[in-house]
Design a protein around this ligand. Structure first.
Ligand code: NAD
Length: 251
């Protein structure tokens, strides 16, 4: 029970890494406040967690909306009396292609979904964690935007995910004295809706990884569990790779 009685916000919980993480955190004793856009899927997940004797509440919304970040924190306080940790994980890939061909709207959409949402999340989560006297925040970044080897066609996504690492470092410096740790988690290719279900694409992605496969969402959830629990009590300002070695392959 590594998260016993801790209250944790998990975004992007309607599928993939976020859904797996919500299940793992609840099984480890956390009260989970789950968010994403698809309310039906969130309610289903909350029901499953309840059936397994866990505690979950859900609130559907759009992480590009500052008021949604406020509402998730308020829900954590109203239902469970406060906030201890947050897995700010929701994200999108956006359009793939060279910058001159990219719609400006895509740039704004990817940056606001993946990066500005993280600013909103931290802005309201940190004061709630200060009330507790400690906390742990994790942003889901990516190997894309982190490795020395660049990935053509992924500029908006790479910029947003690299931005999360910078944001985590600044926040960790600002709020270490408050007992609040902030880290970025960098998954490698993971079997979710984002990586699709085309076997040829999976084979290509798998080949970039020395482990020669994609991760299961639950494997990334375990890395998030480490960063959110007291097991990582001296870890802050970090960019933790859980990427099957893709970053060493890409350089
Ligand atoms: P996914 O598509 O299954 O999950 C994305 C989640 O984010 C969904 O719950 C979706 O509803 C939510 N979301 C997207 N836009 C939103 C918005 N505007 N408001 C609220 N919720 C929104 O994919 P996933 O792979 O589980 O992605 C989770 C995170 O992991 C993302 O940040 C992604 O960039 C990152 N990541 C994924 C991979 C991979 O290979 N799958 C690799 C590295 C990093």
């Amino acid at each position: 029970m590594q998260l016993k009685n801790k209250t944790i916000i998990v975004t992007g919980a309607s599928s993939g890494i976020g859904a797996a993480a919500a299940r793992v955190f609840a099984a480890e004793g956390a009260n989970v406040v789950i968010g994403a856009r698809r309310g039906g899927l969130l309610d289903q997940l909350a029901g499953q967690i309840d059936q397994n004797n866990g505690k979950a509440v859900s609130l559907a919304g759009d992480i590009r909306d500052e008021n949604y970040a406020i509402a998730l924190v308020e829900l954590a306080k109203a239902e469970f009396g406060g906030l201890d940790a947050a897995f700010n994980n929701a994200g999108i890939l956006g359009e793939i292609g060279p910058v001159p061909d990219m719609e400006t709207g895509n740039w704004h959409d990817v940056i606001s979904t993946n990066l500005t949402s993280a600013f909103f999340a931290a802005k309201y989560q940190i004061p709630a964690m200060k009330e507790r006297g400690n906390g742990s925040i994790v942003f889901t970044s990516s190997f894309v935007g982190y490795t020395n080897g660049g990935m053509a066609g992924m500029s908006a996504y790479a910029a947003s995910k690299a931005g999360l690492i910078g944001l985590a470092k600044s926040l960790a410096s600002e709020h270490g004295a408050d007992g609040i740790r902030v880290n970025a988690l960098l998954p490698g290719g993971t079997k979710t809706a984002m990586s699709g279900d085309d076997p040829e694409i999976h084979e290509f992605i798998a080949g970039l990884h020395p482990l020669n496969r994609l991760a299961e969402p639950g494997e990334i959830a375990q890395a998030a569990l480490f960063l959110l629990s007291d097991q990582s009590s001296f870890v802050t300002g970090g960019a933790m790779i859980a990427d099957g070695g893709v970053s060493i392959q890409l350089g």
